[in-house]
Design a protein around this ligand. Structure first.
Ligand code: PLP
Length: 395
């Protein structure tokens, strides 16, 4: 008979060792409260543009309900490669160098599993998206956090990375524009990282899911487009953020054919393929969605300026985010830890945000606010944060 009392003992130690996401806990508390303004979620508040939704409805009407090729609809892969040619002058072969996945989430997971042997180390500049560390561990690798500094707006430099390199270092995993800081890198800073990757013969995993969301005339530079970098880069991108398509679960990876073949092996046995309905919608997004995406970007830009000024007026210093839809104010002047700040703000003022420590130890002293919410919500949230901060500073 199966002993059911100690289910915990039956969970793999490797999975037990992975901490739960520090983001979700606050959402669970917030979900039980009334009148909460959430600056917590990393997801567009827009609905997917109608023409994209319509293409999916039309596809269903025509009976497109089957599996697709493991790598994804060739039509979609071709559009992805066309986009890379148009935007970054990169030549990828749709048949061999592209894999359509269930979100960037899946692409990251299987890329790590494809390239890592047990004990291989991955350099992960922090603060960063919460999955990077967990997925590296679950792939049998060793995540090596590399703290970055506020003095440098949390940009990573070779000087930050160098002390962490060992003979087991295989890859560096970067995400710019950055979640949670909103930082982007200049061409020169990326070139320095490219030189570093060549020096240590590392694979560069570049998560560019926020690549289209940049502001104030700044442009994100695709890492693979740097001279000599296409061959050593696994480029990740997707539809969740730029096209407000989080629920569709569509992303992709572009890389040399050996890596894509290895990733496809894992994908075909675990996922088989991404949903056909979402792939059809993604084709439409790439063919006709840019104008809608640009409108959303200009709306985020308005909100970005509002929240940037508002937080500073409330006495929280922050650097100006240039990409994604997050801002990362410094809360150290309140004397609270970032967990305490987030928890007290939620309880007292009903504003949800995420403690910076959820994104790595060097995020302590900061909180992540998402401005993917309405101007009215942002204005009200700022008023409540202002009230909270003034009260704390007085007492
Ligand atoms: N990468 C980053 C940096 C993210 O912030 C997120 C989601 O928040 C993802 C990847 C996951 O994206 P997807 O919805 O494509 O799985």
């Amino acid at each position: 008979m199966i002993e059911t009392k100690n289910w915990e003992d039956r969970i793999s130690p490797a999975i037990k060792a992975v901490p739960p996401s520090g983001i979700r806990r606050f959402f669970d508390i917030a979900a039980e409260m009334d009148d909460v303004i959430s600056l917590g979620v990393g997801e567009p508040d827009f609905v997917t543009p109608w023409s994209i939704r319509e293409s999916c409805v039309y596809g269903l009407e025509q009976g497109y309900t089957s599996y697709t090729a493991n790598r994804g609809l060739l039509e979609l892969r071709q559009e992805i490669c066309n986009l890379q040619k148009r935007s970054n002058n990169l030549d990828y072969d749709a048949k061999t160098d592209c894999l359509v996945t269930v979100g960037v989430s899946e692409a990251l997971d299987i890329a790590l599993r494809a390239i890592l042997s047990p004990g291989d180390e991955v350099l992960i500049p922090e603060p960063c998206y919460v999955s990077y560390t967990a997925c590296t561990t679950m792939a049998g690798g060793v995540p090596v956090p590399v703290p970055t500094k506020i003095e440098n707006d949390f940009r990573v430099t070779p000087a930050d990375l160098e002390p962490h390199v060992t003979e087991k270092t295989r890859a560096i995993l970067i995400g710019y524009p950055n979640n949670p800081t909103g930082t982007i890198l200049t061409r020169k800073e990326m070139e320095d990282l490219a030189d570093f990757a060549v020096k240590h013969d590392l694979i560069v995993m570049s998560d560019e899911i926020y690549g289209d969301l940049t502001y104030g005339g700044e442009k994100h530079i695709c890492f693979a487009s740097l001279p000599g970098m296409q061959e050593r880069t696994i480029l990740f991108n997707g539809f969740s953020k730029a096209y407000a398509m989080t629920g569709w679960r569509i992303g992709y990876a572009l890389a040399n054919k050996a890596i894509i073949s290895a990733m496809t092996k894992i994908h075909q046995y675990t996922m088989l393929c991404a949903p056909i309905t979402a792939q059809i919608a993604a084709v439409e997004a790439l063919r006709h969605g840019e104008k809608y995406m640009k409108k959303m970007v200009s709306e985020y830009d308005k909100r970005r300026r509002l929240i940037y000024e508002g937080l500073q007026k409330a006495g929280l210093s922050c650097f100006e985010p240039k990409g994604a839809f997050y801002i990362f104010p410094d809360i150290r002047s309140t004397g609270l830890t970032s967990e305490e700040f987030a928890e007290k703000l939620l309880m007292k003022e009903h504003v949800a945000l995420v403690p910076g420590s959820a994104f790595g130890a060097c995020g302590e002293g900061y909180v992540r606010c998402s401005y993917a919410t309405s101007v009215a919500n942002i204005s009200e949230a700022i008023a409540r944060i202002d009230h909270f901060v003034q009260h704390i500073k007085k007492n």
